[in-house]
Ligand binder design. Structure first.
Ligand SMILES: Cc1ncc(COP(=O)(O)O)c(C=O)c1O
Length: 412
C-alpha cells in the first residue's frame, strides 16, 4: 500500500506557463506528453538562476564561479543517481537524450563485444531509438538480430524466448520499460534475469518510464538504462545513461576530444575516469541543472501519485473510446499500461483526426510514433496517440472525444 497523497492536476497546471496561452482561441488540451512534456516554472527558474548567478564552464576553472557551475552540474548528477537508485554517481553519464545514451552502449560496448554467432534481441514494440542502433551495430559486427514478438494485446511473448535463444548466443537484450505507442509496461525484471542466464547484458530504455513511475536500476536488474530530461519536465538537450561501472570501465569511449582524457601525447591518448571518459566536450551544464530541478519537482509530487493519476486517466480514456464503435484502440488493458492510448477512427486518416483536434485546441500525435515494426504488427500505417501527464485533467479527454465526433462527421 502506498501512502503518498493524491495528485491535484488542476493545481499543478498553474506551474506550467504554457497553459496560459490559448491554442486556436481555446484553452490548450495538451495530450502529447509522451513526445515531450511541458515545463514547470520551477525548472525554468532554476535554469535562469544558473545562467544569471553561476554560469561558467565546468571542470576547468579554479575560480569561484567555475566551481559553483561545476557544483551545479555534479549536484544534478547526484539527483539523477538518486532518481534511478544507481549505486554511484560515477555511473551516471550526461548525454543529449536517451537515443544518444543507447547509441553510446551500442557503439562502445557492441563494437567491442559482438561478432558472428552472437545475437542481439530487441522487441517488436521497440521505439526506433532502441531498435535501429542495435540493428546497425549487429549488421556491422556480423551478429544476428532478433525480435521478441507481441501477443494480440501488445504484450511481450516471453514464451518465445527459448526459440530465440536457440538461434544464436544472446549477448544483448534491449527493451523499453514502457512502450511509447501502446503504453505497455514491459517485464524488464524477468527479461533481465533471462538475459543474464544467457550471458547477455540487459539494456533498458526508460525514456517513457522515468517520467511516470519509479525507475530503479537495481530492482530492474538491468546493466544500462537511458532516460531523456525533456519527457519529464526538464529541458531538451540533456539525458542520462546509467551503466554498471565495471562495464563502463571495460568499454572504449564513444565520443572523443576535450575533457574525457587523462593524458594526450603525439603517440597515445589515455582516458579519464568515469563518468568523464564518456563526456567529451563542454557539458550541458545549464540543462543538467534544469534536469535536476525537474527531478526535484517530480519527487515532490511523488512518482506513486503520478503513476496512479495517469492510470486513472488511461482507464477513463479507454472507457470513453470504447463507447465509440467506430474507434479501435490498441494495447493492453488500463491495468497494465501507462498513460498512453493509441487508437484509430474508422475511415479517417490519423493526420486528419489530429488536424481536426488541433482546431479544437487539442494536441495529440498522429503517425508511426517511431515504431514502424509495431505498426506493421498492428496492420496499420499510423495511429493517433493521446498521452497524459501529471497536469492532464479528465476534461481534456472529454474534449478529445468531442473532437473525434467532429472528425468523423467531417471525414468518414
Ligand atoms: C520509448 C522511447 N525510447 C526512446 C525515445 C527517444 O527519446 P529521445 O528522442 O529523447 O532520445 C523515446 C521518445 O519518444 C521513447 O518514447
Amino acid at each position: 500500500m502506498t501512502t503518498s497523497p493524491a495528485l491535484d492536476a488542476r493545481a499543478l497546471r498553474a506551474d506550467f506557463p504554457i497553459f496560459e496561452r490559448p491554442s486556436h482561441g481555446k484553452p490548450l488540451a495538451f495530450l502529447d506528453s509522451a513526445a515531450s512534456s511541458q515545463k514547470p516554472r520551477q525548472m525554468l527558474d532554476a535554469m535562469r538562476d544558473f545562467y544569471e548567478t553561476s554560469y561558467a564552464n565546468v571542470h576547468r576553472g579554479v575560480y569561484e564561479l567555475a566551481e559553483r557551475a561545476t557544483e551545479g552540474l555534479e549536484t544534478a548528477r547526484e539527483k539523477v543517481r538518486a532518481l534511478v537508485n544507481a549505486p554511484s554517481a560515477r555511473e551516471v553519464i550526461f548525454v543529449r537524450n536517451a537515443t544518444e545514451g543507447i547509441n553510446l552502449v551500442a557503439y562502445a560496448w557492441g563494437l567491442r563485444n559482438l561478432g558472428p554467432g552472437d545475437l542481439v534481441v530487441v522487441t517488436e514494440l521497440e521505439h526506433h531509438s532502441n531498435f535501429v542502433p542495435w540493428q546497425f551495430i549487429a549488421n556491422r559486427t556480423g551478429a544476428g538480430f532478433a525480435l521478441i514478438p507481441l501477443d494480440h494485446q501488445g504484450e511481450l511473448r516471453l514464451d518465445a524466448l527459448d526459440g530465440i535463444a536457440a538461434t544464436g548466443r544472446v549477448k544483448v537484450v534491449a527493451t523499453g520499460v514502457v512502450s511509447n505507442s501502446l503504453g505497455t509496461v514491459n517485464p524488464v525484471e524477468r527479461l533481465a534475469v533471462w538475459a543474464h542466464e544467457q550471458g547477455a547484458i540487459m539494456v533498458a530504455d526508460a525514456a517513457q518510464a522515468a517520467p511516470h513511475r519509479k525507475v530503479d536500476v537495481q530492482a530492474l536488474g538491468c546493466d544500462f538504462l537511458a532516460i531523456s530530461a525533456h519527457k519529464m519536465c526538464g529541458p531538451s538537450g540533456v539525458g542520462a545513461l546509467w551503466g554498471r561501472a565495471e562495464l563502463l570501465e571495460s568499454m572504449d569511449p564513444f565520443l572523443v576530444g576535450g575533457h574525457m582524457i587523462r593524458s594526450v601525447k603525439a603517440d597515445e591518448t589515455t582516458w579519464g575516469e568515469l563518468p568523464h571518459k564518456f563526456e567529451a566536450g563542454t557539458a550541458p551544464m545549464a540543462e543538467a541543472v534544469g534536469f535536476g530541478a525537474a527531478i526535484d519537482y517530480l519527487d515532490e509530487i511523488g512518482f506513486d501519485a503520478i503513476e496512479r493519476w495517469e492510470h486513472e486517466l488511461a482507464a477513463y480514456a479507454l472507457d470513453q473510446l470504447a463507447e465509440l464503435p467506430w474507434v479501435s484502440s490498441y494495447g493492453p488493458p488500463a491495468s497494465r499500461r501507462a498513460g498512453i492510448v493509441s487508437f484509430n477512427v474508422e475511415g479517417v486518416h490519423p493526420h486528419d483526426v489530429a488536424q481536426v483536434l488541433d482546431f479544437e485546441g487539442v494536441a495529440i500525435r498522429a503517425g508511426h510514433h517511431c515504431c514502424q515494426p509495431l505498426m506493421k504488427k498492428l496492420g496499420v500505417a499510423a495511429t493517433n496517440r493521446a498521452s497524459f501527464y501529471l497536469y492532464t485533467v479528465p476534461e481534456e479527454i472529454d474534449r478529445l472525444v468531442a473532437g473525434l465526433h467532429v472528425a468523423r462527421k467531417a471525414f468518414a
